[in-house]
Ligand binder design. Structure first.
Ligand code: PLP
Length: 365
Protein backbone atom coordinates (compact mmCIF):
# COMPACT_ATOMS: atom_id res chain seq x y z
CA UNK A 1 0.00 0.00 0.00
CA UNK A 2 1.39 3.40 -0.86
CA UNK A 3 -0.08 6.66 0.37
CA UNK A 4 -0.86 9.41 -2.13
CA UNK A 5 2.23 11.44 -3.04
CA UNK A 6 2.17 15.12 -3.89
CA UNK A 7 3.48 16.44 -7.20
CA UNK A 8 7.25 16.88 -7.57
CA UNK A 9 8.46 20.04 -5.82
CA UNK A 10 5.81 20.17 -3.14
CA UNK A 11 7.92 18.42 -0.49
CA UNK A 12 10.81 20.83 -1.27
CA UNK A 13 8.75 23.67 0.13
CA UNK A 14 9.98 24.92 3.46
CA UNK A 15 6.77 25.90 5.22
CA UNK A 16 6.56 29.66 5.80
CA UNK A 17 6.94 30.57 9.45
CA UNK A 18 5.19 33.80 10.33
CA UNK A 19 6.42 36.25 12.94
CA UNK A 20 5.74 34.90 16.40
CA UNK A 21 3.26 36.71 18.61
CA UNK A 22 3.54 34.99 21.99
CA UNK A 23 6.37 34.11 24.37
CA UNK A 24 6.16 31.57 27.17
CA UNK A 25 5.87 33.20 30.59
CA UNK A 26 5.76 36.77 29.25
CA UNK A 27 2.57 38.73 29.88
CA UNK A 28 3.23 41.82 27.75
CA UNK A 29 4.65 40.92 24.38
CA UNK A 30 6.01 43.59 22.06
CA UNK A 31 5.54 42.19 18.59
CA UNK A 32 7.83 43.80 16.06
CA UNK A 33 8.16 40.78 13.82
CA UNK A 34 5.59 41.07 11.02
CA UNK A 35 5.58 44.69 9.77
CA UNK A 36 1.96 45.18 10.78
CA UNK A 37 0.94 48.85 10.93
CA UNK A 38 2.23 50.48 14.12
CA UNK A 39 -1.04 52.25 14.90
CA UNK A 40 -3.31 49.29 14.20
CA UNK A 41 -6.30 49.50 11.85
CA UNK A 42 -8.40 52.57 11.14
CA UNK A 43 -11.34 52.83 13.59
CA UNK A 44 -13.56 53.20 10.52
CA UNK A 45 -12.31 49.88 9.15
CA UNK A 46 -13.12 48.23 12.48
CA UNK A 47 -16.63 49.69 12.38
CA UNK A 48 -17.19 48.47 8.81
CA UNK A 49 -15.97 45.02 9.82
CA UNK A 50 -18.36 44.86 12.78
CA UNK A 51 -21.27 46.03 10.65
CA UNK A 52 -20.89 42.89 8.52
CA UNK A 53 -21.54 40.49 11.41
CA UNK A 54 -25.29 40.10 10.89
CA UNK A 55 -24.79 39.27 7.22
CA UNK A 56 -22.21 36.55 7.61
CA UNK A 57 -24.59 33.96 6.17
CA UNK A 58 -24.39 35.79 2.83
CA UNK A 59 -21.74 35.05 0.26
CA UNK A 60 -19.50 38.01 -0.47
CA UNK A 61 -19.55 39.93 -3.73
CA UNK A 62 -17.19 37.67 -5.68
CA UNK A 63 -16.40 40.54 -8.02
CA UNK A 64 -15.29 42.84 -5.16
CA UNK A 65 -17.12 45.61 -7.03
CA UNK A 66 -17.12 48.32 -4.36
CA UNK A 67 -13.54 47.77 -3.33
CA UNK A 68 -12.27 47.73 -6.90
CA UNK A 69 -14.16 50.96 -7.59
CA UNK A 70 -12.65 52.57 -4.49
CA UNK A 71 -9.15 51.43 -5.45
CA UNK A 72 -9.63 52.62 -9.01
CA UNK A 73 -10.76 56.06 -7.82
CA UNK A 74 -7.94 56.35 -5.31
CA UNK A 75 -5.17 55.39 -7.73
CA UNK A 76 -6.68 56.72 -10.94
CA UNK A 77 -6.77 53.34 -12.66
CA UNK A 78 -9.34 51.19 -14.46
CA UNK A 79 -11.37 49.03 -12.03
CA UNK A 80 -11.71 46.33 -14.72
CA UNK A 81 -7.98 45.73 -14.48
CA UNK A 82 -7.98 45.18 -10.70
CA UNK A 83 -8.26 41.71 -9.18
CA UNK A 84 -8.60 41.32 -5.42
CA UNK A 85 -7.15 38.47 -3.42
CA UNK A 86 -7.08 36.99 0.07
CA UNK A 87 -3.86 38.85 0.76
CA UNK A 88 -1.42 39.60 -2.00
CA UNK A 89 0.07 36.19 -1.17
CA UNK A 90 -2.94 34.60 -2.83
CA UNK A 91 -2.40 36.69 -5.94
CA UNK A 92 1.30 35.75 -6.12
CA UNK A 93 0.27 32.09 -5.93
CA UNK A 94 -2.41 32.53 -8.60
CA UNK A 95 0.07 34.20 -10.95
CA UNK A 96 2.45 31.26 -10.54
CA UNK A 97 -0.30 28.73 -11.10
CA UNK A 98 -1.47 30.51 -14.22
CA UNK A 99 1.88 31.34 -15.81
CA UNK A 100 4.45 28.79 -14.62
CA UNK A 101 4.67 25.06 -14.17
CA UNK A 102 7.07 22.11 -14.23
CA UNK A 103 10.20 22.89 -16.23
CA UNK A 104 9.71 26.66 -15.91
CA UNK A 105 11.82 29.04 -13.84
CA UNK A 106 10.61 31.76 -11.49
CA UNK A 107 13.25 34.41 -10.89
CA UNK A 108 13.74 36.85 -8.02
CA UNK A 109 16.58 38.53 -6.22
CA UNK A 110 18.61 36.68 -3.59
CA UNK A 111 16.97 38.15 -0.51
CA UNK A 112 13.54 38.48 -2.05
CA UNK A 113 10.34 37.75 -0.16
CA UNK A 114 10.08 34.06 0.88
CA UNK A 115 6.62 33.62 -0.64
CA UNK A 116 8.12 33.66 -4.16
CA UNK A 117 9.91 30.34 -3.58
CA UNK A 118 6.81 28.82 -2.02
CA UNK A 119 4.56 29.97 -4.87
CA UNK A 120 7.02 28.73 -7.50
CA UNK A 121 7.51 25.30 -5.95
CA UNK A 122 3.83 24.75 -5.32
CA UNK A 123 3.12 24.97 -9.05
CA UNK A 124 6.08 22.70 -9.86
CA UNK A 125 8.32 25.49 -11.19
CA UNK A 126 11.95 26.03 -10.20
CA UNK A 127 12.87 29.08 -8.15
CA UNK A 128 16.03 30.85 -9.33
CA UNK A 129 17.74 33.71 -7.50
CA UNK A 130 20.06 36.47 -8.73
CA UNK A 131 22.74 37.97 -6.47
CA UNK A 132 22.12 41.39 -4.94
CA UNK A 133 24.47 44.34 -4.64
CA UNK A 134 24.54 45.95 -1.18
CA UNK A 135 21.40 44.04 -0.22
CA UNK A 136 19.57 45.68 -3.11
CA UNK A 137 18.12 43.99 -6.18
CA UNK A 138 20.44 44.31 -9.17
CA UNK A 139 18.84 44.79 -12.58
CA UNK A 140 21.99 43.57 -14.33
CA UNK A 141 22.20 40.42 -12.20
CA UNK A 142 18.49 39.69 -12.64
CA UNK A 143 18.76 40.07 -16.42
CA UNK A 144 21.88 37.87 -16.45
CA UNK A 145 19.94 35.13 -14.62
CA UNK A 146 17.20 34.95 -17.25
CA UNK A 147 17.16 31.71 -19.23
CA UNK A 148 14.89 30.41 -22.00
CA UNK A 149 12.86 28.76 -19.20
CA UNK A 150 12.21 31.94 -17.23
CA UNK A 151 8.47 32.62 -17.05
CA UNK A 152 8.00 35.04 -14.13
CA UNK A 153 10.22 37.58 -12.40
CA UNK A 154 9.06 38.69 -8.94
CA UNK A 155 10.44 42.02 -7.79
CA UNK A 156 9.49 43.24 -4.33
CA UNK A 157 9.87 46.99 -4.57
CA UNK A 158 10.74 47.99 -1.95
CA UNK A 159 11.87 44.57 -0.78
CA UNK A 160 11.13 42.73 2.43
CA UNK A 161 13.34 41.97 4.42
CA UNK A 162 16.06 44.31 3.13
CA UNK A 163 13.87 47.43 2.93
CA UNK A 164 15.77 48.65 -0.12
CA UNK A 165 14.20 49.74 -3.42
CA UNK A 166 14.86 50.29 -7.10
CA UNK A 167 14.08 53.61 -8.78
CA UNK A 168 11.34 53.81 -11.39
CA UNK A 169 14.06 54.15 -14.06
CA UNK A 170 15.77 50.97 -12.90
CA UNK A 171 12.50 49.02 -12.89
CA UNK A 172 11.74 50.34 -16.38
CA UNK A 173 15.23 49.23 -17.47
CA UNK A 174 14.51 45.79 -16.02
CA UNK A 175 11.24 45.54 -17.94
CA UNK A 176 12.88 46.72 -21.15
CA UNK A 177 15.64 44.13 -20.78
CA UNK A 178 13.28 41.20 -20.25
CA UNK A 179 11.78 39.16 -23.06
CA UNK A 180 8.20 40.31 -23.59
CA UNK A 181 6.86 36.84 -22.78
CA UNK A 182 8.29 37.02 -19.25
CA UNK A 183 5.76 38.22 -16.69
CA UNK A 184 7.19 40.90 -14.40
CA UNK A 185 5.38 41.04 -11.06
CA UNK A 186 6.12 44.16 -9.04
CA UNK A 187 5.19 43.45 -5.43
CA UNK A 188 4.75 46.91 -3.93
CA UNK A 189 3.53 45.84 -0.49
CA UNK A 190 5.27 48.79 1.20
CA UNK A 191 4.68 51.42 -1.51
CA UNK A 192 2.67 53.73 0.75
CA UNK A 193 5.60 54.11 3.15
CA UNK A 194 8.11 55.23 0.53
CA UNK A 195 8.92 58.94 0.25
CA UNK A 196 11.52 59.01 -2.52
CA UNK A 197 11.14 61.16 -5.61
CA UNK A 198 12.58 58.53 -7.90
CA UNK A 199 10.25 55.74 -6.67
CA UNK A 200 6.93 54.63 -8.14
CA UNK A 201 4.91 51.50 -7.32
CA UNK A 202 4.81 50.64 -11.04
CA UNK A 203 1.31 51.62 -12.21
CA UNK A 204 2.76 53.38 -15.27
CA UNK A 205 4.67 50.24 -16.25
CA UNK A 206 1.50 48.15 -16.04
CA UNK A 207 -0.31 50.74 -18.15
CA UNK A 208 2.36 50.68 -20.81
CA UNK A 209 2.63 46.93 -21.28
CA UNK A 210 0.74 43.68 -21.47
CA UNK A 211 3.24 41.72 -19.39
CA UNK A 212 3.62 43.56 -16.08
CA UNK A 213 1.50 43.26 -12.93
CA UNK A 214 1.64 45.29 -9.71
CA UNK A 215 0.53 43.65 -6.44
CA UNK A 216 -0.50 45.63 -3.37
CA UNK A 217 -1.69 44.73 0.10
CA UNK A 218 -3.90 46.00 2.90
CA UNK A 219 -1.69 44.23 5.45
CA UNK A 220 0.98 46.88 5.91
CA UNK A 221 0.06 50.59 6.01
CA UNK A 222 -3.66 49.79 6.30
CA UNK A 223 -2.95 47.25 9.06
CA UNK A 224 -5.56 44.66 7.99
CA UNK A 225 -3.25 41.63 7.92
CA UNK A 226 -5.74 39.53 9.87
CA UNK A 227 -8.40 40.06 7.19
CA UNK A 228 -6.24 38.84 4.26
CA UNK A 229 -6.75 41.46 1.58
CA UNK A 230 -4.62 42.38 -1.40
CA UNK A 231 -5.06 43.48 -5.01
CA UNK A 232 -3.33 43.26 -8.34
CA UNK A 233 -3.36 45.88 -11.10
CA UNK A 234 -3.01 44.06 -14.39
CA UNK A 235 -3.09 44.33 -18.15
CA UNK A 236 -6.63 43.32 -19.28
CA UNK A 237 -5.49 39.90 -20.52
CA UNK A 238 -3.87 39.03 -17.22
CA UNK A 239 -6.87 40.27 -15.17
CA UNK A 240 -8.98 37.94 -17.31
CA UNK A 241 -6.67 35.01 -16.56
CA UNK A 242 -6.69 35.70 -12.80
CA UNK A 243 -10.46 35.93 -12.80
CA UNK A 244 -10.58 32.47 -14.35
CA UNK A 245 -8.24 30.80 -11.86
CA UNK A 246 -9.30 32.49 -8.63
CA UNK A 247 -11.87 30.97 -6.33
CA UNK A 248 -15.18 32.70 -7.03
CA UNK A 249 -15.55 34.03 -3.47
CA UNK A 250 -11.87 34.41 -2.59
CA UNK A 251 -12.21 37.52 -0.42
CA UNK A 252 -14.48 37.50 2.64
CA UNK A 253 -17.23 40.12 2.94
CA UNK A 254 -15.91 41.73 6.16
CA UNK A 255 -12.51 42.08 4.49
CA UNK A 256 -14.03 43.82 1.47
CA UNK A 257 -16.03 46.18 3.69
CA UNK A 258 -13.09 46.99 5.96
CA UNK A 259 -10.87 47.55 2.93
CA UNK A 260 -13.23 50.15 1.48
CA UNK A 261 -13.45 51.94 4.84
CA UNK A 262 -9.67 51.83 5.34
CA UNK A 263 -9.14 53.36 1.90
CA UNK A 264 -11.67 56.12 2.62
CA UNK A 265 -9.99 56.95 5.92
CA UNK A 266 -7.09 58.76 4.28
CA UNK A 267 -6.45 60.76 7.47
CA UNK A 268 -5.64 57.56 9.35
CA UNK A 269 -3.30 56.25 6.66
CA UNK A 270 -1.61 59.67 6.61
CA UNK A 271 -1.16 59.46 10.38
CA UNK A 272 0.50 56.07 10.04
CA UNK A 273 2.79 57.44 7.34
CA UNK A 274 3.73 60.47 9.45
CA UNK A 275 4.42 58.18 12.38
CA UNK A 276 6.71 56.04 10.24
CA UNK A 277 8.46 59.07 8.74
CA UNK A 278 9.48 60.07 12.26
CA UNK A 279 10.33 56.70 13.82
CA UNK A 280 12.06 54.91 10.92
CA UNK A 281 14.97 57.40 10.73
CA UNK A 282 14.99 57.64 14.53
CA UNK A 283 15.51 53.88 14.85
CA UNK A 284 18.16 53.86 12.12
CA UNK A 285 20.02 56.74 13.80
CA UNK A 286 19.86 55.12 17.25
CA UNK A 287 21.18 51.82 15.90
CA UNK A 288 23.98 53.67 14.10
CA UNK A 289 24.94 55.33 17.40
CA UNK A 290 25.20 51.84 18.88
CA UNK A 291 27.57 50.87 16.10
CA UNK A 292 25.07 48.58 14.40
CA UNK A 293 24.73 48.94 10.61
CA UNK A 294 21.28 49.05 9.03
CA UNK A 295 20.19 48.95 5.41
CA UNK A 296 18.67 52.09 3.88
CA UNK A 297 15.15 50.81 4.51
CA UNK A 298 12.29 52.87 3.08
CA UNK A 299 9.64 50.60 4.63
CA UNK A 300 8.10 50.25 8.10
CA UNK A 301 10.95 48.12 9.41
CA UNK A 302 14.70 48.26 9.85
CA UNK A 303 17.18 45.51 9.04
CA UNK A 304 20.08 45.64 11.48
CA UNK A 305 23.36 43.75 11.45
CA UNK A 306 25.09 42.30 14.50
CA UNK A 307 28.74 41.23 14.82
CA UNK A 308 29.81 37.62 14.43
CA UNK A 309 31.63 37.45 17.80
CA UNK A 310 30.21 34.87 20.15
CA UNK A 311 27.66 36.39 22.49
CA UNK A 312 27.22 39.55 20.40
CA UNK A 313 25.50 37.90 17.47
CA UNK A 314 22.02 38.46 16.09
CA UNK A 315 20.97 35.18 17.71
CA UNK A 316 22.25 36.37 21.10
CA UNK A 317 20.51 39.72 20.67
CA UNK A 318 17.31 37.93 19.66
CA UNK A 319 17.45 35.75 22.80
CA UNK A 320 18.14 38.80 24.98
CA UNK A 321 15.19 40.71 23.47
CA UNK A 322 12.87 37.73 23.82
CA UNK A 323 13.74 37.40 27.49
CA UNK A 324 12.30 40.91 27.81
CA UNK A 325 9.20 40.10 25.81
CA UNK A 326 10.34 41.76 22.58
CA UNK A 327 9.90 39.72 19.41
CA UNK A 328 11.78 40.77 16.27
CA UNK A 329 12.42 38.63 13.22
CA UNK A 330 15.49 36.43 12.92
CA UNK A 331 16.67 36.30 9.31
CA UNK A 332 18.30 32.87 8.99
CA UNK A 333 15.50 31.75 6.66
CA UNK A 334 16.47 34.60 4.32
CA UNK A 335 20.16 33.70 4.34
CA UNK A 336 20.94 36.71 6.56
CA UNK A 337 21.85 35.06 9.87
CA UNK A 338 23.70 38.14 11.19
CA UNK A 339 20.68 40.39 10.85
CA UNK A 340 17.42 41.06 12.68
CA UNK A 341 14.41 42.72 11.10
CA UNK A 342 12.60 45.06 13.46
CA UNK A 343 9.19 46.51 12.63
CA UNK A 344 8.54 50.17 13.44
CA UNK A 345 6.07 49.96 16.34
CA UNK A 346 4.46 52.56 18.57
CA UNK A 347 6.76 55.24 19.94
CA UNK A 348 6.95 53.43 23.26
CA UNK A 349 7.72 50.08 21.62
CA UNK A 350 10.46 51.65 19.51
CA UNK A 351 12.06 53.24 22.56
CA UNK A 352 11.86 49.93 24.42
CA UNK A 353 13.50 47.87 21.68
CA UNK A 354 16.27 50.43 21.20
CA UNK A 355 16.87 50.64 24.97
CA UNK A 356 17.03 46.85 25.16
CA UNK A 357 19.53 46.68 22.28
CA UNK A 358 21.58 49.48 23.88
CA UNK A 359 21.75 47.50 27.12
CA UNK A 360 22.72 44.36 25.17
CA UNK A 361 25.51 46.28 23.43
CA UNK A 362 26.63 47.98 26.66
CA UNK A 363 27.10 44.62 28.34
CA UNK A 364 30.06 44.15 25.96
CA UNK A 365 31.69 47.55 26.16
C1 PLP B 1 3.75 41.46 3.74
C2 PLP B 1 4.15 41.26 2.33
C3 PLP B 1 3.25 40.85 1.36
C4 PLP B 1 1.87 40.58 1.64
O1 PLP B 1 1.14 40.12 2.21
P1 PLP B 1 -0.39 39.76 2.30
O2 PLP B 1 -0.66 39.90 3.75
O3 PLP B 1 -0.50 38.38 1.78
O4 PLP B 1 -1.10 40.76 1.46
C5 PLP B 1 3.65 40.71 0.05
N1 PLP B 1 4.90 40.97 -0.30
C6 PLP B 1 5.80 41.39 0.59
C7 PLP B 1 7.15 41.70 0.11
C8 PLP B 1 5.46 41.54 1.93
O5 PLP B 1 6.37 41.91 2.81
Amino acid sequence: MTAPTPRPGIMDIRPYVGGESALEGVSRVIKLSSNEGALGPSPKAMEAFRAQAADMHRYPDGGATRLRAALAARWGVDAERIVCGAGSDELLGMLCRAYAGPGDEVLYSAHGFLMYAIAAKSCGATPVTAPEVDLTASVDNLLAAVTPRTKILFLANPNNPTGTYLSADEVARLRAGLRPDILLVIDAAYAEFVSKNDYTPGIELVDGSDNTVMCRTFSKIFALGGLRLGWAYCPPGIADVLNRVRNPFNVAAPSLAAGVAALEDTAFADLTKTHNDYWLPWMQAELAKLGLPTTQSVCNFVLVQFPKEEGRTAQAADACLRAQGIITRAMGGYGLPDWLRITVGTGEENQMVIAAIAAFQASWN
